[in-house]
Every structure is written in C-alpha cells, then in structure tokens.
Design a binder for this molecule. Structure first.
Ligand code: 2PG
Ligand code: MG
Length: 424
C-alpha cells in the first residue's frame, strides 16, 4: 500500500444544518487530502463520547474553537509523519492521547473529525473510493434505507411521542428504485397531510420528515403512511419501522413512560408494542425502552419477532454491545461513528454485532452537513441498512451518493440485507 505520511492536520469551525458550529478536519499527505465534517445528535444517549463545546458567549456556548485547537495543538503533533493508511494505529494513538473513557479530555468531536479525515486521506492516497477503501474489492451491497417520513419526539415540534415513523421499501430491487418509490409516497403523504391537517403539517423536522400537528398517537402516523403507500399502488412493497427513542418519555423516578396521556409501566408499553406489531407491518423498532434497561429490551426481543435496534442502548460501543449480546438485548446495532469516537472502535462494534448475529444499521445524526462519508461507510461496512432522514440537503446528499455508488458498481451492485431479514 502507498505510504501516506501525514504532513498537516487542521480543523476549523463550520456550521451544520441547524446553524450550529461543528468541526471540519483536514489531513494532508503527499498522496492526497482527506477532509471530514463531524455530525452531532440532538437526542443523544447518556453513553456517547463527549461533545466538547466552548461554553462561552459565542453561539450560546455551542462553539467548537476549543475542540479545533485540540486537533491542531494536541493531536496534530502526534500524527505528523505517521502513515494515514494505518487507521488502527492512529485511532489507538487518539484513544491513548485522550485517556478518558468517553473522550472528555480532547473531545469526542475532535477525535471523530480526525479519525474520519485520516480515513479519507488513506482512501485518497490509495486512489480508491471511500466505500471500496473500507470494504475492499468485494464491497457491493447498497443499503436498504429506512425513511423517517413523519417525525416526532425531540426532532419535531408536534405531539408525537415516537421520534421517527419510518417507511421501509422492502419490495424495491435497488436503492434507486427504493428512493424513487419513497419519494412518490412522500409527495402523496404531503398531499394527504395538507388536505386533512393543514399546510403547516408540511413543515419538516430535523431529518426532513413531516411534522403533522394535532396528532399524538403513533398509530395515526402509521395509518397515514400506509394510506399514502396504498394510494401510490405500493401496498405490500413497504414495511413500517420506528425509532421510539423511549428514554425521552421515560421518567426514572416513577419508572413509567408518558404515552397517549397515560403513565405506562414497562409491561404496559410492551403490551402496546405487541399490539402494534400485530396490527401493522412493522419490521423494526429502535430504542423501544429506556436506554439503561437491558433486561427489558432482552425480554422484548424475545417476545417480538421483529428487528430490535439499540441506539442509545449501545452507543456504538463494543463493551455495551457485548453486554447486550450476553443478555440477548436487541438484535441490531445502530451505528454512529461519533457515539464512540474513532472509526476503529465503531468498526469493532459493527464486527461484534455481525459475529453475534446482530444486524447493523448505519445512521445519520440530526445535526450534520452534506458530507457523504456516511453513505460510503454503509456500503463499505456491508451493513445492508441505513437511516439517513428524508429531505433537506444534508440528507438527500447521502441518497445522491448512494445512487452514484450504485451506478459505479453497475451489475455488481446488490441491494439490502440478505435473505429473509426484514420480510424481504
Ligand atoms: C437517533 C438520531 C438520528 P440524534 O436518535 O437515532 O436519527 O437522532 O442524531 O439526534 O441522536
Ligand atoms: Mg435513535
């Protein structure tokens, strides 16, 4: 492999889709430049790597100048001269240099930016597209997208408690077909919402999904999505899924969930899911219970014959995932690089998942830029699943990149998770 000695590392404060500061890190080698933007969640889990913010007057404390200077003054001197293709060694160096469990010393955002920029620099130096640099000669699986057509929870202003009501084009044969079919359903759903819930319902949430007003029942959101699917003539071609993000309506004091005007116990909520899965073509539920409740999630995984995805539950952390595997909690990992900090740790989490029969769903964050490393990593990791919102440039760019990769691969491309998974 081409040696790609790192000659410079710099970081600057840029803006994400929410007009909030984030980092753009650039790594230079004689073989090429790697650049990556750092995403940031709003509905963040308790176990994520630390998001270092300045806490001063600028941007209501959200500035990242301190994180940028950590990159340039503390990290860069350690990386100069190292080979950018040695991702594992460099990531291990970042982890050591920080020395804390959740990267509070240098900032998880600083470390994520450097790790991803090094990855890109390695790809540039070897002359490979990022998905192939990560996935090797065999990389060929385009992921099945989970489209968050109706938003709620922390990501939207309405009253829906679940964060994402997703449609999954399980009947599509390719990612381009999946995108087209879903776009048609999205237009149709817009017409239904405008006519019945008012034009204001077309205002979109953080991930570009609709935000219907006056609805507080997830079943109503699913009904609307199914109506749009049927009107388009796609009955049976779409399944449904949700990111419940249940920690956000859980009260640890009373150990209850605030849903549908009730205080539900865990058993009540489990009963609600059983009914939901019986009634609707649901194939996947993300974070259905509080993020600390491994036992509850294990029980639910056992009871429901659907994919149970751990997002805040695992925080893309190999240790937490192993805990889940030992107890049988969930059967899929939501994969977000910046939850853990480095590419190496995140890839290890994905490997741990696959080795233990867990699926991997590569995921956006609610705060991000049009940078498309996410789409490449979904293909490179052979994940078979992605969730990356719906509209807004920072989401559609991911789809555009997937379409470009599909075209690049030509006949070699296949689509989605293999076999019977997710009812396909
Ligand atoms: C989630 C995400 C993204 P955030 O909970 O899965 O869809 O939200 O990035 O705000 O954590
Ligand atoms: Mg989530």
């Amino acid at each position: 492999m081409t040696a790609a000695p790192i000659e410079a590392v710099d970081a600057r404060e840029i803006l994400d889709n929410r007009l909030e500061p984030t980092l753009r890190v650039t790594v230079e080698t004689p073989g090429g430049i790697g650049r990556a933007d750092v995403p940031c969640g709003r509905s963040r889990g308790d176990h994520e790597a630390h998001d270092l913010r300045d806490g001063d007057d600028r941007y209501r404390g959200r500035g990242v100048r301190h994180a940028a200077s950590n990159v340039e003054e503390r990290i860069a001197p350690e990386l100069l001269g190292r080979d950018a293709t040695e991702q594992r060694t460099i990531d291990a160096c970042l982890v050591d240099l920080d020395g804390t469990p959740t990267k509070t010393e240098l900032g998880g955002n600083a470390i994520t930016g450097v790790s991803l920029a090094v990855l890109r620099a390695g790809a540039a130096a070897t002359g490979l597209p990022l998905y192939r640099y990560v996935g090797g000669a065999d990389a060929h699986v385009l992921p099945l997208p989970f489209f968050d057509l109706i938003e709620g929870g922390e990501l939207a202003g309405g009253d829906l408690p679940f964060q994402e009501h997703q449609v999954v084009p399980v009947g599509a044969d390719s990612v381009s077909e999946a995108v087209r079919m879903t776009a048609e359903v999205y237009y149709e759903l817009g017409d239904i919402l405008a006519a019945e819930y008012g034009e204001a319902s077309l205002n979109v949430g953080a991930e570009g999904g609709y935000n219907p007003l006056g609805i507080d029942d997830p079943r109503e959101a699913f009904d609307l999505e199914l109506r749009a699917v049927e009107t388009c003539g796609y009955e049976g071609e779409f399944a449904l899924a949700a990111d419940v993000a249940a920690s956000h309506f859980y009260d640890p004091e009373t150990e209850t969930y605030a849903l549908l005007g009730e205080s539900m116990t865990r058993a009540d909520l489990v009963g609600f899911y059983e009914e939901l899965v019986d009634t609707y073509p649901i194939v996947s539920l993300e974070d259905p219970l509080d993020q600390h409740d491994f036992a509850g999630v294990a029980d639910l995984t056992d009871r429901l014959d659907v994919q149970i995805v751990g997002d805040d539950l695992f925080a893309t952390t190999p240790d937490r995932l192993r805990r889940g595997v030992d107890r049988g909690a969930a059967n899929a990992l939501l994969w977000k690089v910046n939850q853990v900090g480095t590419v190496t740790e995140a890839v290890e989490a994905a490997r741990t998942a696959t080795r233990n029969g867990y699926a991997v769903q590569v995921s956006e964050r609610s705060g991000q830029t049009p940078d498309t490393w996410l789409a490449d990593l979904a293909v490179g990791l052979d994940a078979g699943q992605i969730k990356t919102g719906v509209t807004r440039g920072e989401r559609t760019e991911q789809y555009n990149r997937l379409l470009a990769i599909e075209a690049d691969l030509g006949d070699a491309a296949t689509f989605g998770p293999p076999g019977e998974t997710l009812g396909r």
